[in-house]
Design a binder for this molecule. Structure first.
Ligand SMILES: [Fe+2]
Length: 184
């Protein structure tokens, strides 16, 4: 690989693979989510993601290149984390908390990838490509915001953690009492 054009194509192929992997992953997240509003959000973004893949194909078309897929290892890793998490037999509540966080990681990754692609397309004067890529970027940023809103509402069950905190606070105060007795 030598030229900016080759690099641009490489990065585009990578994102096409990313979006296609995500169509599948979002479908899985939709079906494992428990809260109806979350299911709905994953379903909506899955449909959006299909459109995003379609827009990427149009970017290839606009520069007269064939729309092949690359291999996006970054997204593959993030999707694998979802599968690994499900093997931990998580509670329904934690599945939702986890999925919101996982979606935010994905959206942040995609937004940065699109920003880099837009810069490249701008440098090379591919105006149609810039326009299409910006649409995808906007959707990723909106989805990030939506998921961020969920993470402020959907909190993990804290009782276990609070009990631990109480125990350690009690043992701290016991220690300080015995210290002050020794000092007296
Ligand atoms: Fe996407």
């Amino acid at each position: 690989m030598q030229t900016a054009h080759e690099f641009f194509i490489h990065e585009l192929k990578d994102m096409l693979d990313a979006e296609q992997q995500l169509v599948k992953a979002l479908g899985e997240q939709e079906s494992i989510s428990n809260r109806p509003e979350l299911k709905k959000a994953f379903g909506e973004h899955r449909r959006q993601t299909e459109q995003q893949a379609e827009r990427l194909r149009r970017v290839f078309e606009s520069i007269e290149e064939s729309a092949d897929e690359g291999e996006c290892s970054g997204i593959r890793g993030l999707v694998e984390e979802v599968h690994n998490f499900m093997e931990e037999d998580p509670s329904p509540d934690l599945i939702d908390v986890f999925n919101v966080g996982a979606a935010k990681k994905v959206e942040a990754y995609e937004a940065i990838a699109y920003k880099s692609l837009i810069e490249l397309a701008q440098d090379m004067g591919h105006r149609k490509a810039v326009q299409l890529l910006r649409q995808n970027l906007r959707e990723e940023e909106q989805t990030f915001k939506k998921m961020d809103g969920f993470s402020k509402k959907i909190k993990p069950e804290r009782s276990g953690m609070e009990e631990e905190e109480e125990v350690s606070a009690r043992s701290r105060s016991r220690r300080s009492r015995s210290r002050s007795r020794r000092a007296a």
